[in-house]
Design a protein around this ligand. Structure first.
Ligand SMILES: [Zn+2]
Length: 93
C-alpha cells in the first residue's frame, strides 16, 4: 500500500488521490505566437526521469486540494510534499 502525505490531512492511502501530471509545467505567455510543433511540445512532451520526479496530486476523496510531491519513480518513495506555487525542495530532501 502506498501512503501519500497530504500536506493538510496527513498520510492517506493512494486510492484517495488522483495524479495530475508533471509539476511546474509553465504555460507559454503567448500561445498564438507558437508554431504547431511548439504548442504540441508544451501540451504533450513531459520528462520521464528514472528517479526524482516533481508531480502534481489532488486529494480527490479527501480535502480536494492540489499539492506537489517529490516522488522517486523507481522506489515510489515520496520524499517531500509542498503547496502549489511553492518551490520544489532541493534534491535529497
Ligand atoms: Zn487532503
Amino acid at each position: 500500500m502506498l501512503l501519500i502525505p497530504c500536506p493538510w490531512c496527513g498520510p492517506r492511502e493512494q486510492t484517495e488521490f488522483s495524479y495530475g501530471g508533471e509539476a511546474h509545467v509553465v504555460r507559454p505567455p503567448d500561445p498564438d505566437s507558437l508554431s504547431d510543433a511548439q504548442w504540441a511540445d508544451y501540451l504533450f512532451m513531459r520528462q520521464n526521469p528514472r528517479g526524482r520526479h516533481l508531480e502534481q496530486w489532488v486529494h480527490t476523496y479527501g480535502c480536494r486540494r492540489w499539492f506537489n510531491a517529490v516522488r522517486d519513480t523507481v522506489t515510489y518513495r515520496i520524499s517531500a510534499v509542498y503547496g502549489p506555487g511553492e518551490r520544489a525542495p532541493d534534491a535529497g530532501t
